[in-house]
Design a protein around this ligand. Structure first.
Ligand code: MG
Length: 292
């Protein structure tokens, strides 16, 4: 199932997409009383999910056309996003080349945190921050949404803690990233974290380690990879993090980006006002944003 947050008639709602993806149904209309996406992720039962799926198959409710609602980021105010750095072989090779060093496969998974005051929605604007950066860059990433509180979980059990998946873009001010020893400011600027367009539940994604993902700028393909290029897979990441840190329902982990970043082009090409970015992941849709 695909869960979305949306605004209709000035009301913020949570809904589920019709099987064909053209309509959205309010979960209240379908008999569920969850107020926020986090509330739903935390509390929805398997039985309720089955009942929802059944209703979607025999739908005689009044849905809204998807183009008539304003999609919001499925989790509009995540408390933070945990990000994996350097997790695709292709991107690590690209970074090594940029830094003039030999490729060495990372032995340890490296994390950082994106501060997210407000997540940017599908079709929403990403801020260029032209006053402090002239090197804004993109990174399409598979985002894992945690479904259950998770502490000291073994790799073999880790996938059971996933609610679903969505798309994110780890927008980065490369000049700030280069000048500071920590990523926090370069990757934590206001209105630079798009998430969406919706959350696809884990049961719909047969193999998250074999998904094509790509990113286009103004229709031009810049990134084109597959999650089979991961250095650290999702069970490893969840297990590794949860050894020392409790994960909670609604927590988002972004899993790294393949090669093709603007900084890696010759000469480098950075984002500019009016650029349209389309981040696409197989089975998860297209997250479209505009640079402003
Ligand atoms: Mg990244």
């Amino acid at each position: 199932m695909k869960f979305a947050a949306y605004k209709y008639d000035s009301q913020e709602c949570i809904g589920v997409l019709s099987n064909c993806g053209t309509e959205i149904y309010s979960i209240h209309e379908l008999g569920l009383d969850y107020k926020t996406m986090i509330d739903l992720i935390k509390n929805i039962t398997e039985k309720e999910k089955q009942q929802l799926a059944k209703k979607l198959n025999t739908m005689d409710y009044n849905g809204l056309k998807i183009e008539d609602v304003q999609l919001l980021a499925p989790i509009p105010n995540p408390r933070d996003i945990i990000a994996v750095s350097q997790n695709y072989v292709s991107h690590v090779k690209e970074t090594c080349k940029l830094n003039g060093v030999e490729y060495i496969r990372p032995k340890h998974c490296s994390y950082f945190w994106r501060r997210v005051n407000r997540a940017v929605s599908h079709n929403g604007s990403i801020c260029l921050h032209a006053g402090i950066s002239s090197m804004m860059d993109y990174e399409v990433e598979l985002a894992v949404v945690i479904g259950k509180e998770c502490s000291r979980v073994a790799e073999k059990d880790a996938m059971d803690y996933i609610f679903g998946y969505t798309i994110s873009n780890d927008i980065t001010a490369r000049d700030i990233q280069k000048n500071l020893p920590q990523y926090a400011y370069a990757k934590g600027l206001d209105d630079t974290t798009p998430i969406g367009p919706y959350i696809v539940t884990a049961d719909e994604i047969m193999d998250p380690h074999n998904l094509n993902l790509s990113l286009k700028v103004n229709g031009e393909m810049r990134q084109n990879g597959n999650t089979d290029d991961f250095i650290f897979n999702i069970p490893y990441i969840i297990s590794d993090l949860s050894k020392g840190m409790t994960l909670f329902p609604g927590d988002i982990i972004i899993t790294g980006t393949p090669s093709g970043i603007g900084a890696g082009m010759n000469p480098p090409v950075y984002l500019k006002h009016g650029d349209v970015i389309e981040s696409e992941i197989e089975g998860l849709g297209i997250l479209r944003n505009i640079m402003e």
